[in-house]
Design a binder for this molecule. Sequence first.
Ligand SMILES: N[C@@H](CCC(=O)N[C@@H](CS)C(=O)NCC(=O)O)C(=O)O
Length: 203
Amino acid sequence: MTDTTLYGALNSGHSFKVRLLLLMAGVEHRYVAIDIGQPRAERPAEFRAVSPFGEVPVLVEAGRATAQSNALLLHLSRKTGVLGASDEAGWTAITSWLFWEANRIGRSYPNLRWYRRFDGTGDPALVRWFEETAITDLDRMEQELADRPFLLGNATIADLSLAGYLLYGDDVGLDMSRWPAVMAWLERIRALPGYRAPLEIMG
Ligand SMILES: N[C@@H](CCC(=O)N[C@@H](CS)C(=O)NCC(=O)O)C(=O)O
């Protein structure tokens, strides 16, 4: 019986990247899918009791709950030795990408996807802004990945973090062929040992 539980949601790339790392690292855990279409107050009491911000993902280990996907990636990578860095400079570089993700591609693309796929009522000016910022962010990643297989050379949690939502492969109204290095990088992530597709593990 495991003392580790991950709460996530089917279409949450933030949850997906954490579950993927748990599976790739072989960490025994229970996964509980939360329906985030439900109002917060109606979600299961078990989840409401542990979720500090009302959001997924939340990881509970031996009774201690932690939120924020990138904090969880750092914690799990340090604990298991999987997809981490070999020295302090490497951890700093990973952390820098994780903060960039939280502020840029982890905000622009998921919001664009939300409005294009799940909620057609978004203010067109807002949706356009998410589209413009997603394009800027993908351009930046294209530049970065043009001359190396992964963000830091070898695969790390920084790759899982930035790729989280992109790995769903949804049509969000962007012509992804504009970013061939990003697309090739996603294929390299899909080829990593233990990789599992989002819809296979998040339901
Ligand atoms: N910064 C957070 C973002 C988490 C987040 O946005 N979670 C969304 C799903 S992807 C959520 O729980 N939405 C439902 C809600 O806020 O009630 C992280 O990286 O974990």
